[in-house]
Design a binder for this molecule. Structure first.
Ligand SMILES: [Zn+2]
Length: 206
């Protein structure tokens, strides 16, 4: 495989990028000036060291201090610790925070679990880590879990799967569990929803 084909193959794995677009990206890189490609390569190389994965919600955040483990949301005393909103990706949190209508905590599952793959353990994403977080928070007053996955078969499958996994925990019987309301249209993703839509989806959780 030539370096150009290899690069194209990398781009093809990016979310939402098809084969043709991946090729366009690779060719675009060929048009950059040497200092630009150098800068881009350095940025990619240094990215892992400039961000930290929050030890609680698992989202990535720019680390300000050495050894910092909690993001500003998990670390805040202003957040409602009785609520936990489980989302697929970091970007979903960005969209909800932008809308300013949610004051609880989050957990990033890392994706959705495709329908008919529940027995494939590699596709359980961070479900075990989520269970550990819920287990730890239950005695601290956690009372509600909200699932904020896309309104499509995979999103609904993920909600069902994660919900039943949490129900296995001792003490989870009294947990209120809901999914974001149908204010979100079918197939829609939180990441692209506007503030009003997120607000009504949260209000209409069921
Ligand atoms: Zn966090």
């Amino acid at each position: 495989m030539s370096p150009l084909d290899k690069l194209t193959a990398y781009f093809e794995k990016f979310p939402g990028v098809g084969a043709r677009q991946a090729k366009r990206f690779a060719f675009h890189i060929l048009t950059l000036r040497p200092e630009q490609t150098h800068d881009l390569a350095n940025l990619i190389n240094g990215l892992a060291n400039s961000v930290v994965e929050c030890s609680s919600c698992r989202r990535f955040f720019p680390a300000q201090a050495q050894g910092e483990r909690l993001c500003s949301i998990c670390d805040s005393t202003q957040r409602d610790r009785t609520k936990l909103l489980v989302v697929a990706r970091d970007n979903d949190i960005t969209a909800i925070e932008r809308s300013g209508v949610y004051d609880g905590l989050y957990f990033v599952l890392g994706g959705t679990i495709p329908l008919l793959t529940n027995n494939d353990t590699t596709l359980r994403l961070r479900t075990p880590a989520l269970k550990a977080v819920v287990n730890e928070r239950l005695p601290q007053g956690l009372s509600e879990i909200i699932f904020g996955f896309a309104v499509n078969p995979d999103g609904e499958n993920t909600t069902r799967y994660v919900e039943s996994a949490i129900k296995e925990l001792p003490g989870a019987e009294d947990l209120k569990m809901s999914a974001l309301g149908r204010g979100l249209s079918t197939g829609s993703e939180l990441e692209y929803a506007d503030g009003e839509t997120i607000k009504s989806a949260l209000k209409n959780r069921s």
